[in-house]
Ligand binder design. Structure first.
Ligand code: M6R
Length: 597
């Protein structure tokens, strides 16, 4: 998705902005651009990767100590030079960069055209520059406020004017943060772009605009009321957002899981579970979990855990479905929103819907200070650290464990006792994940043998049905191979028609509940000459009779098997994509943080 960086201070802005843009590359984009004020407004932008645009337009040579920059992920208008940001007004004095979508842009566009403005792009964003021009009488912040009063939709915005020593920023539904260090001020849509300069951040709220000057920030609302803001300190280090010798961020993040999983447990696991949940969840009669993509798969696992451990009826919904179906939730319900980024537009809208209906809301979030984290009544941070690869890996395992802790906490709140054996099983997870990671070479070898197939089926039962969905999603999103996840027993209701020698089938086949049934499903695939990759429990030699390849995982409690089973599936997807020489960290058409509907 689009990214914004801005700087005003004492150093040349262009090199800082360029570096910031590179740090946002992981979000996915198709064009890049920059506007710098150096006596006049200088604009450079184009379609392509930052490197290509820089080679063509030489950002680095720009002087000037203030500027804004953008990576665009096209929504309105194809990716080309004119549609790339920044956008300017008719005079060329104002430049804006915008994340989000202006919903009433067609009406505003016609109005502005009638008033004589010349709009030259196909984007919704350009109208903002012209609205500012229309209301400008010498006060940049005032004209931005007036312009935004006309706008319906979402925005994270940064604006410069050739006659002003300030950057104006604004936010509605699209994140924007401000960082100050000495007499320098930074802004970005994502902390990773400016983290190397400062860890002290101010988070803008919806409906706020701010004037940024060197070392100074003034925040107001759209009606010009001054807003008091506090700084928050980000806990992430720069080293955590770099590759540390791994070929890709995704591989680094897969390998981090034996460590990152410990961060969910830290301070929360003892004789009692300590989650510091605000308010009372004791009386909650129903849990609804809402999320998208990989987080939705974690939610499906959460349903098994909460129903089994806490014995509370639990439902799961995709955020986009939940928000539009007038859901029957209200007081007495706990609605849990899972999001790695904490900025996913559909999940945020679903959260607001649940709040409107009076339900108690909880976020299970990775990015501290993100919008969903701040707007939820209470929450559990998963502390996975920055996840840069577009394909979610370590956030997923941390989400599952956070849901496990929530299930135990809910059980505890009903006066149940937490099983000590389960606590020690949880504590042994880092070691077990580490031993699965040791299988990497073997998984790479399997990937070599299967990488040229065009279709894969992933099958699992019970708590590992979502593992099958997640394995299939990982493969399709980074290798572009068609892959489907199914509950194993559903195979005979349709997908079995696809099985032949060209269809690898990945079975999640741990010893335990449902094992015999999975073995029968494997027999059915074998009988039709399908190729089988089995994720199996260490010591299960019998499975070798049916599977073409077996990847062993350590034995653990049934409830925790998704945490060890998903690791080989992540590695398999990674190696297949890498063998195919694809852009693993930035797969086509995908964005890390989906901030539009
Ligand atoms: O940041 P979120 O967890 O809310 O993101 C939800 C999905 O967009 C995300 O999980 C997506 O499916 C990933 N690409 C999966 O790898």
């Amino acid at each position: 998705m689009c990214g914004i960086v801005g700087y005003i201070g004492k150093r040349r802005a262009a090199p800082l902005l360029l570096k910031g843009l590179r740090r946002l590359e992981y979000r996915g984009y198709d064009s890049a651009g920059m506007a710098v004020i150096d006596g006049t407004l200088i604009l450079r932008k184009d379609r392509g990767k930052i490197e290509q645009v820089d080679n063509r337009h030489n950002f680095e040579e720009l002087d000037g100590i203030m500027g804004i920059a953008h990576t665009r992920w096209a929504t309105h208008g194809e990716p080309n030079q004119k549609n790339a940001h920044p956008h300017i007004d008719c005079t060329g004095d104002v430049a804006i960069v915008h994340n989000g979508i202006i919903e009433n842009y067609m009406t505003l566009r016609e109005l502005l055209a009638r008033e004589g403005h010349s709009l030259t792009t196909d984007t919704d964003s350009e109208i903002i520059a012209h609205l500012i021009e229309k209301f400008y009488t010498g006060d940049l912040l005032g004209s931005v406020r007036k312009a935004l009063m006309q706008v319906q939709g979402t925005y994270g915005l940064a604006i410069v004017h050739k006659n002003h020593d300030e950057i104006v920023v604004a936010r509605n539904g699209s994140p924007l943060i401000i960082g100050v260090r000495g007499d320098e001020t930074f802004t970005a849509s994502d902390a990773s772009a400016i983290l190397e300069h400062t860890k002290k951040m101010i988070y803008l709220e919806d409906g706020e605009v701010a004037s940024l000057r060197p070392g100074r920030v003034m925040v107001r609302d759209l009606h010009d009321k001054e807003m008091k803001k506090n700084h928050e300190t980000i806990g992430w280090d720069l080293a955590e957002i770099e590759k540390a010798g791994f070929k890709h961020f995704m591989l680094k993040e897969i390998f981090e899981q034996s460590e990152s999983i410990k961060n969910v447990m830290r301070g929360r696991l003892g004789k009692k579970i300590k989650l510091s949940i605000k308010g009372d969840i004791k009386g909650c009669g129903r849990v609804v979990i809402v999320a998208c993509g990989t987080s939705w798969h974690a939610a499906l696992i959460g349903r098994y855990l909460i129903e089994k451990i806490a014995k509370i009826p639990t439902e799961v919904d995709c955020s986009s479905e939940f928000r539009y179906r007038n859901p029957l939730v209200g007081p007495g319900d706990l609605v849990v929103f899972i999001s790695q980024s904490g900025e996913t537009a559909d999940t945020l809208a679903a959260l607001r819907e649940a709040k409107k209906k009076g339900a108690k809301t909880m976020g299970i979030i990775n990015v501290v200070g993100s919008t969903i984290a701040r707007e939820s009544e209470t929450g559990i941070y998963i502390h996975a650290g920055p996840e840069i690869g577009v394909a979610s890996t370590k956030a997923y395992t941390n989400q599952i464990l956070a849901l496990m802790l929530l299930a135990l906490d809910l059980m505890q709140s009903k006066d149940g006792d937490v099983d000590e054996k389960m606590i020690s099983e949880i504590k042994s997870l880092p070691g077990k994940i580490e031993s699965v990671l040791q299988e990497d070479k073997r998984i790479h070898a399997i990937a070599r043998e299967v990488a040229d197939h065009n279709n894969f089926l992933y099958l699992g039962r019970g708590i590992n049905y979502p593992t099958a969905l997640e394995g299939a999603l990982k493969l399709k999103e980074i290798s572009y191979i068609h892959a489907e996840g199914y509950p194993a027993a559903e195979m005979k209701h349709g997908p079995i028609a696809l099985i032949d020698e060209n269809m690898p089938v990945v079975f999640i086949a741990n010893r335990g509940k449902g094992y015999d049934k999975i073995i029968s499903n494997m027999e059915e695939v074998k009988a039709r000459r399908g190729k089988i990759i089995a994720i199996a429990t260490e010591g299960d030699n019998e499975i070798k009779r049916l599977a073409d390849w077996v990847i062993y995982v350590p034995r653990t409690a049934d409830e925790l098997t998704p945490l060890v089973n998903v690791i080989p599936l992540q590695l398999l997807a990674y190696h297949v994509a890498d063998i195919k020489e694809l852009d693993v960290d930035k797969p086509r058409n995908l964005a890390k943080s989906v901030t539009v509907e």
